[in-house]
Ligand binder design. Structure first.
Ligand SMILES: [Zn+2]
Length: 518
């Protein structure tokens, strides 16, 4: 293991005068721990009123190492940090079960050879794109239980003023590994190890920086790469943010966004990696200072750290590293969903607003006219309600479905699909009640017609027909999800039919380019 930067005295206080990274400021340099670059504002602009940094204002743990070539799980995760593992096995009962579970995963497997289609265009990296992504992991008032395999530097972040300009001060408070706990104490924190307080600070924000870039840290039972930021919130809550390279982030996204696919579908994994990376880049480039870029759940993309990583998906990330989807030299908005049932949907027909040229309805059919996503269990679905039950579900859900002025009706007299979009999804549903007509628009029908009154599930898709009779309402439908953009099960079908990632992406996003940022 390479030794990190030179020794420094504890409590070293570094003022970073440039804090708010403006659009024309180059991204912060990342250096080895203990050596921090001091940057200054240029251009004579007044300092902004709120001295919150944009992302990556200061040091993390050195440059992001190139992801190892994933030809086998040994080289993927473990060669580099054997020393850390030895330390772990010495640590006895204090170890982390979550980390051990990852350590004992199945070993080697052969992988397909690397293939790379023509036509991936190289582009300069977008200005202002940070190196690391900041991922929201959770927010609550409970003590945080941590187990770090290798040493982590605990840094306190504060605000400091130099010559009238406000900036971030970052000071190293402690270096810890093994099991430790962090609790809120007043505005700041107390850090405990072996039932002793090893650090008390009034800082609202802590950075926990892994010295070894391959370090793994167990946070409340889930294992992550990279560093952590803790941000103190009102009411004793703490927001936990994982800070890591985008490629490592994607390794923890793919297994949850596309699942465990067969090796003959690796091109679908690559397409999903590129689409998820594009989404992440767009989040990272969004203007305005926030404590993190992206949520770790369906609000953005599901990310669960190291636990779900597997070789084929790591390989798909590695082979597409730095690639994204671009339209007219702008990062595309890459929506995706599970199953289209044969046709994707146009964005403006599902959610309204302007049409987007690459998010328009496309057939998803093979040469025999079969949907590429035919293997999905949601290819065909049926949902049945009693008329009385559906009336109750509707009353409860109409507001969530965008109908604010529904009359207080008690029974359904009829239902009629008044308008369908090009791909067959419902654009306008008329519901006749004893108190008048109710209209539900577009994808919102899935929220109005929930399958059950007792859970939050919504209807699989807006592509269905309706039948009323004998006191019952039956919906017969196709597909799962909103239908805009890439059909994930279809992408797997296309990969199995020998399409490469570029063909898959271009099939779902009309007129886009796959670019590689260098
Ligand atoms: Zn499909």
């Amino acid at each position: 293991m390479k030794r990190p930067g030179p020794e420094r005295p504890r409590l070293l206080l570094i003022l970073l005068a440039l804090l708010i990274v403006s659009a024309c400021t180059p991204p912060a340099m990342h250096e080895a721990p203990g050596t921090y670059k001091v940057e200054s504002r240029t251009g004579g602009k007044p300092p902004p009123a709120e001295p919150r940094p944009a992302y990556d204002p200061g040091p993390e743990a050195g440059p992001i190492p190139a992801m190892p070539y994933p030809d086998a799980i040994d080289t993927l995760n473990w060669d580099i940090n054997d020393a850390l593992w030895e330390a772990e096995s010495d640590s006895g009962a204090g170890g982390s079960d979550s980390i051990h579970a990852i350590r004992t995963r199945p070993a080697r497997q052969a992988l397909p050879t690397v293939t790379r289609p023509e036509g991936v265009v190289q582009r300069p990296r977008p200005a202002g794109l940070p190196e690391r992504i900041h991922v929201f992991l959770g927010r609550n008032a409970k003590p945080i239980s941590l187990y770090s395999l290798g040493a982590m530097q605990i840094m306190a972040e504060g605000i400091a003023e130099t010559n009238g300009a406000k900036g971030i001060s970052v000071s190293r408070q402690a270096t810890l590994k093994g099991r430790f706990f962090i609790k809120r104490a007043g505005a700041g924190y107390v850090v405990e190890q072996e039932k002793r307080a090893v650090l008390t600070t009034t800082a609202r924000k802590l950075r926990l920086i892994s010295i070894n870039p391959y370090n793994l840290v167990d946070v409340n039972g889930s294992v992550y790469r990279g560093s952590l930021h803790l941000i103190g919130e009102a009411g004793g809550e703490t927001t936990i943010v994982n800070v890591l390279g985008v490629e490592d982030y994607l390794r923890g996204v793919l297994p949850y966004e596309l699942g465990n696919v067969d090796r003959d579908a690796i091109e679908a994994l690559k397409a999903q990696a590129i689409v998820a990376r594009t989404y992440a880049y767009k989040r990272m480039l969004r203007p305005g200072a926030r404590d993190f870029h992206i949520y770790n759940d369906v609000q953005d993309q599901v990310y669960k750290g190291v636990r779900g990583e597997y070789l084929l998906s790591d390989r798909a990330v590695w082979e597409t590293r730095g690639m994204a989807v671009s339209h007219a030299d702008t990062l595309a908005i890459c929506y995706y969903f599970s199953t289209c049932g044969g046709h994707t949907a146009s964005k403006h027909e599902v959610w309204g607003g302007d049409s987007i040229p690459y998010l328009v309805s496309r057939p998803d059919l093979d040469l025999l006219g079969e949907p590429y996503c035919a293997v999905s269990k949601y290819s065909d679905w049926t949902q049945e309600w009693s008329q009385a039950q559906l009336a109750g579900i509707l009353r409860r859900n109409l507001r969530a479905a965008g109908v604010m002025d529904a009359p207080p009706f008690s029974s359904i007299k009829g239902m009629e699909i008044a308008q369908r979009a090009a791909g067959g999804r419902i654009r306008l549903l008329n519901i006749k009640t004893d108190k008048g007509l109710i209209q539900v628009k577009g994808d919102k029908v899935r929220w109005a017609l929930r399958p059950s009154a007792t859970d939050d599930k919504i209807l699989p898709s807006a592509s269905f027909s309706l039948k009323l009779g004998d006191g019952k309402v039956t919906a017969q439908g196709k597909g799962f999800g909103h239908g805009v953009g890439l059909c994930q099960v279809g992408a797997i079908g296309r990969a199995k039919a020998n399409q490469n990632f570029r063909q898959i992406i271009e099939a779902y996003y009309t007129g886009v380019q796959v670019v590689e940022f260098k």
